[in-house]
Write a protein of this length. Sequence first.
Length: 363
Amino acid sequence: MKPRTLFGLVVASLAAFASAEPKPPSPLPRIDTVETLVLPDVAQGPDGKALPIAGLSGVTWLGDDRYAAIMDNSDRVLLFRLDLGSDTKPRVIRDLRIVVLSRALDYEDIAACPPRLAERVAARNRERGEPDPGHCLVVCEETTPAVRVIDMETGKLQGQVPIPNTLMKPRPNRGLESLTTAPDGDCLWTANEEAIPADGPPPSDRTGTVVRLTRIEIPDVDESSRHTAQFAYAVEPPHAFLRAVAGEPFSGVVALVPLGGERLLVLERSAGHGLPPFESRIAYVDAGQATDVSGVEGGLANRTELHIAKTVLWKKSLGCNLEGLCLGPSLAPEKRALVGVADNGGLGTPSQLVIFELRITSP
C-alpha cells in the first residue's frame, strides 16, 4: 500500500467527521475519560528480540485499529493494534512491534505523513537513485530541533520539514513537543512546549507561559514556497500540589489534535514535585478566529490581545504523565475515540494507554 493510500483511509474518516460539524461547533465538544490500559513491558524488535517499551511521548492513529507511538530519548517507534468497543472501552491490544530508527534523538511526537510530503520525499529519492520510502510517518524531536520524515518499515530518516526560525532556539528540553497532521493532509501542526526566551518567561508557581501553535503548509511536489502561520496560546499555570521535594513546577503543551478546519484540541501537561505529580488539561481552540503572529518576533507573553481564545473542556489528575493524544476511529454517530499515551520514564510506573470519548452534538 502506497503512503497516499494509507493516509487516504485516515483522511476519509477524519474528513467525514470534520465536515459533518458546524463551525464553530455548538455546543462545544465533550470529553470523558473511559479507561486506562496498561501496556506490556516489552515488544518484539526487528531481530525478533524483546525490546523494552518506555518513555512513550506521542501517538498517532493509522486507520482501522492501527496506531504508532514514539519513545522519547531513543531510536524506537512502537506499532500496535487496539480494538475498541462501541462503548469506547478497549477490548484488546495486540500485534505490538518495535521499529528501530536509524538515529537516536529526543523524539516527542509522531503523526501520519501528509500525501504531498510523501510524494516530495519519493520524488527526491528518485532523483538520487534511492528507493521509494514506502509507508512514511513524521516525527518531531527536541535535539535539533526538527520535524523529520521516517520510513515506517525500515526506520530510516528520510529528511526534514523546514520549521520557522522562531522555533529553532527553545528553552532546553522545552521545544517541539507536539506534532499532528490536518485531516485534509494539507498541513502539519506543531508547537513549542514552553515559551521561547524571546516571547516570555517559563511557567512559575502562579503563572503560565505562552507558546506558538504553528501550522506548516505542505506544498505540491513542483512548488518550492512554504507558508506557515503561528498563533499565541496561553498555557495555564502549574496545578496546585502538596510539595514533597524542592524543584520548579512546569506546565506546557504536549500534544495537538486536529478536528478539521482550523480547530484543534490542545493537551496541556502540568507537573510538580509533590502530590498529585501531574495534571492534564484538554482545551479547544479555533485558529480561524485568531491572529497570525508569525510576524511578531517576541514579547507574546505581554500581548494578551493576540492570544487565541480557548475553552478548557477536560481537566484531571490521572496519576500518570499523559504526554501524547490522537483522534481515533468513529464509534457511533457524533462519537469518536481519543487515544493517549502516558510516559513512564523514570517513574517506575507502567506504560499506559488512556482512552477518552469525544462527543460533538450537531445543533
